[in-house]
Design a protein around this ligand. Structure first.
Ligand code: AMP
Length: 443
């Protein structure tokens, strides 16, 4: 097992950038993937955001591109990273720029919802690394602004979400234009059949690296559930937010209207909140994210699609205002807290109609969520009905006292106040504080 970045045979300019990021040790996916990627192997990575996968692919890509001195040909790129959302695209491009700050490689990011002209101009010069969402990429390719025949490295990021979001055909159309000889990296948090099939078709003799959320992030997250009537959800949220320990809280709503409604209610209650969902313009979304990231808004209310790829460090609490229909979504949601090495707290609101969803979640996470009973809106009958039927791997135990940590948590030390996040011992700061969000070219 690799314990330090020095063991990873990364060149000096990258080591320096890693030091500047304050990364002390490689995460498991970095330790396992980087040596193979430096050697040019294909990779199948079963990992989700939060595991350090961006650096796991960005560092070796920078090193391999830097090793071959050439100017990228016009209207082409040497490496392509396809990712499902704009937010994720911007963040990945920022990572490349940040890790590659001592190297002379050109990075650009393209996504839809903004004018294409600056993107076209950037592509015209040619880039080394292009991070893109599938729709705008295909659009620009079809208009003749980009060809991928010169590409040597291709990364497909969050493949399962591409499928969920209906992008899989676009992805296949992009893949069809790639040169046969190339290095391919394929990342997905889960492996449903169509994704496994796609991986089989585009990878050649890949190294397989699995970092399951159960073994990493989810295990570390303190998960609690509140049983209550649906109508009491806003009041409970406001009540919980009276605790200053809910420092930076990401709230999930199943619908866009719900997200707006929650945001309005919080605003009325004097809690600064922003909403992020598909009906917001790109500028509004970026502003909301920036306000949340920089602490101007304490709460970000998001729908699942809009939240995909949000990568903000220091989220103290994730609140499932509505339980998701798909239990894996719960895992993705709560993974937003407990970023690489930090602990986090996830709260779930469960009304009577959501009990079957809670049961599914407990099956997937193989644990019972700790029931918080000591709050003004507790629906005792619902809680009792749930625990009567609950047979998850670890039983849920009711817990009394809103200011104590629930007992059926995950073995964290006792005696911290409700919602108190353990200090992040590794001194990590938020991601690339120096990097600015950009619309088109980053370099
Ligand atoms: P990712 O899974 O790539 O989205 O990364 C999740 C977070 O972990 C990001 O904020 C990174 O900046 C951070 N990170 C990545 N690698 C490391 C590392 N080796 N040590 C500490 N933090 C890291």
């Amino acid at each position: 097992m690799t314990h330090s970045f020095a063991d990873l045979a990364l060149i000096e300019p990258l080591q320096r950038a890693i030091r500047a990021e304050n990364y002390r040790t490689p995460t498991p996916i970095q330790a396992q993937a980087i040596p193979h990627l430096l050697a040019g192997r294909d990779l199948l990575g079963i990992a989700q955001t939060g595991t350090g996968k961006t650096a796991a692919f960005a560092l070796p890509i920078l090193q391999r591109l830097g090793a071959v001195r050439m100017n990228p040909p016009r209207n082409s790129t040497r490496a392509l990273i396809l990712t499902p959302t704009r937010e994720l695209a911007v963040q990945i491009a920022e990572s490349f720029q940040s890790y590659g700050r001592h190297m002379a490689l050109r990075t650009a990011v393209i996504f839809g919802g903004v004018p294409q002209r600056p993107q076209v101009q950037t592509l015209a010069r040619g880039v080394d690394i292009l991070v893109a969402t599938p729709g705008r990429l295909l659009d620009l390719m079809q208009q003749g602004y980009l060809r991928l025949s010169e590409l040597s490295i291709f990364v497909l990021d969050e493949a399962d979400r591409m499928l969920d979001m209906g992008f899989i055909h676009d992805v296949k159309r992009v893949v069809a234009t790639l040169p046969k000889t190339r290095q391919t990296l394929f990342f997905s948090a889960t492996m449903p059949a169509p994704i496994a099939e796609l991986a089989g078709g585009i990878l050649s003799d890949p190294v397989r690296v699995t970092v399951t959320p159960a073994a990493t992030t989810v295990e570390r997250i303190d998960q609690r559930v509140y049983f209550l009537e649906k109508d009491n959800k806003p009041a409970l949220l406001i009540q919980l937010l009276k605790d200053p320990a809910l420092l930076r809280t990401l709230v999930f709503s199943r619908t866009k209207h719900g997200a707006d409604r929650i945001t309005r209610l919080l605003d009325k209650a004097g809690i600064v909140a922003r909403a992020i969902h598909g009906n917001k313009s790109q500028t509004q979304r970026q502003r909301a994210l920036a306000d949340f990231r920089d602490g101007r808004a304490r709460v970000l209310v998001a729908t699942d699609i809009a939240a995909r790829g949000i990568d903000i460090d220091g989220i103290s609490h994730v609140v499932n205002f509505d339980l998701p229909e798909v239990p894996e979504t719960y895992v993705h949601r709560i993974g937003r807290t407990a970023r690489a090495g930090a602990d986090g707290i996830a709260l779930a609101f469960c009304d009577g109609s959501e009990r079957p969803l809670l049961r599914e979640i407990e099956k997937v996470t193989r644990r019972g969520l700790a029931v918080v009973a000591d709050h003004p809106f507790h629906a005792a009958a619902s809680a009792a009905a749930h625990s009567a039927g609950a047979k998850p791997g670890r039983p849920s135990r009711p817990h009394r006292g809103a200011h104590k940590r629930p007992e059926a948590g995950n073995g964290h030390s006792q005696g911290q106040s409700q919602g108190q996040k353990r200090p992040n011992g590794n001194g990590r700061r938020r991601r690339h504080s120096g990097a600015k969000p950009t619309q088109a070219a980053l370099a």
